[in-house]
Design a protein around this ligand. Structure first.
Ligand code: PEP
Length: 258
């Protein structure tokens, strides 16, 4: 039996004092729980160190939302994997659909980011997912299969075992339109099968596959109860401590019922 992972992606939200307030509220909420779930908070870069400080006395770890594909040097505005590690960060989202769409991140760049994160002992949360158009055309299987193949499948067994995959259908992100548990399970099982074909059953079983896309306190339990859904990557609902804690509670309930 695996425990669940719940990761909050704050995106580009909250001022410094608002971030501090939210971190403290989440820490307080988690402190009241006997947690089996791994909770990860991914705030914007300027708040990472503060989040790492708060996390020392709490039950969560800290993730970044992005990292440079370059190791170091003349890349104005970029932040390297080594910098993240030295600021107390453990995890980093890679290939979120917003970054793929607005910042034109390519599969090749994402593969470099994954490599640098792993080389610096950071866990990548690698996002895959299709647009509505791709789902309607039925090309989503190829899309997701290629995203996995092009950015992850150069890794050896040891390294892929450290990666967390997040299935985030683009049509469900921030839209209030959640994938049904059946739709989520179907794609998660597909991802697991692809991992299994490449790396074998045991490795594939042990890799976490999170669901992301309008997950909220009302639908989290049903989604997390799907056999191949190992938790969630939460956007909007992670900006409210009560909602986020309720989602963590749903993950706890799943683990306890398992
Ligand atoms: C996300 O962007 O990672 C996400 C899942 O967003 P939301 O929960 O707001 O749909």
């Amino acid at each position: 039996m695996k425990n669940k992972i719940v990761a909050g992606n704050w995106k580009m939200n909250k001022t410094f004092p608002e971030a501090e307030e939210l971190l403290v509220a989440i820490a307080e909420g988690l402190d009241d729980m006997e947690l089996e779930t791994d909770v990860i908070i991914c705030p914007p870069y300027p708040y990472l160190e503060m989040a790492a400080d708060v996390s020392e006395e709490s039950n969560f770890t800290v993730g970044a939302q992005n990292v440079s594909y370059a190791e170091k040097g003349a890349y104005t505005g970029e932040v390297s994997a080594a910098m993240l590690k030295s600021a107390g960060v453990d995890t980093c989202i890679v290939g979120h659909s917003e970054r793929r769409a607005y910042f034109k991140e390519t599969d090749e760049e994402l593969a470099k980011k994954v490599d640098l994160l792993l080389a610096n002992d950071l866990v990548p949360i690698f996002c895959v997912g299709e647009t509505l158009e791709e789902r309607e055309k039925g090309t989503h299987w190829d899309k997701i299969g290629n995203q996995l193949k092009n950015s992850l499948f150069h890794l050896n067994k040891e390294d892929i075992s450290k990666v967390i995959v997040a299935y985030e259908p683009v049509w469900a992100i921030g839209t209030g339109k959640t994938a049904t548990p059946q739709q989520a399970q179907e794609v998660h099982a597909f991802i697991r099968r692809k991992l299994e074909e490449k790396y074998g059953t045991e490795t594939a079983y042990n890799i976490y596959i999170l669901y992301g896309g309008s997950c909220n306190p009302k639908n989290a339990l049903e989604l997390f109860s799907c056999p191949d859904v190992d938790g969630g990557l939460i956007g909007g609902a992670s900006l409210n401590a009560e909602d986020f804690i309720a989602i963590v509670n749903a993950a706890e309930t799943c683990t306890k019922n398992d």
